[in-house]
Design a protein around this ligand. Sequence first.
Ligand code: A3P
Length: 323
Amino acid sequence: SNSEFEETYRKCSELMKTLPKGKAWRTEHVVQYQGFWLNPTVALKGVLLVQDHFKARATDIILSAFMKCGTTWLRSLMFATANRYRFDLSTHPLLKTGPHDCFPMLDSYIYQGDSITHLELLPSPRLFASHMALDLFPKSVLASGCKFVYICRDPKDVLISKWHFMNKLRVKELAPLTLPEAYELFCQGVSEFGPFWDHVLGYWKASLESPDKILFLKYEDMKREPSVHLKRLAEFMGQPFSMEEEKKGLVEEILKLCSFENLSNLEVNKAGIQHFSDQLVIENRHFFRKGQIGDWENHLTEEMKNRIDRITKQKLKGSGLTL
Ligand code: A3P
């Protein structure tokens, strides 16, 4: 029944009234909760439900990323890799259902209380995706021994990708967000699930402490050497490719199945829609734009580029991470 979630819903409405507000990209405003900016009606509720009710298992693998860093790509790669004994590549579910139907986005799936009950019924090993910062997960999740796959990306490309994406989803009553506005908000860290740099650093530091539990990937590395990183991913997931599989060319076949060119041209990704929650329904085609490194060059001035690079350098200073 829903009653066990009522306390969380009550807490959510209380918080919504008191949390600091900032300007949002898709809707009117985001609220700042435990250091991160969240959409008050979807993400905040999702985060609170995860904090209060999600029971992680040691066998769970959670794909996590800031928005627009490569969730769609990694989701399809993880699903195809984990289920490679079950499905034939020529009749693969990815060809019909699209990446976002393969496994649930934890923070929006859990959004309706009843869905948490459904999560309990999923067989192990479970795969989830999430945009939550690591610090927003309750301690019990890492303590369960579950794993995280994290992907990050050049913040300049993240900004441009997110600006395009959010304008497509932006509520009709609001004027489009201009690039200078989005740029300013991004630099200030005010952006759904942001600040970007805090999001990245949380997972980066944890990956240094527990490399067997948190795999830290970069979109650019994946683009440049996809097979190297897909093999790392499979190994991390506990399902390394065998010599025989490699000889058969399975790594390349999975990469081809999940490539931008292949996925973006499928009927399901051209015309299908994804129902994340009652308040968040997204056309699949919006998840595929260019899929390239460095599109920021077509949008940012030299001055904008220099400032964001300076922020990145300063925020990541001493962490050993470069972006
Ligand atoms: P661009 O807007 O720069 O093209 P997310 O999946 O996390 O929402 O991120 C979306 C970004 O990943 C978009 O970037 C999108 O085009 C790109 N993308 C989607 N599918 C991809 C794939 N299979 N391979 C590479 N990039 C992909």
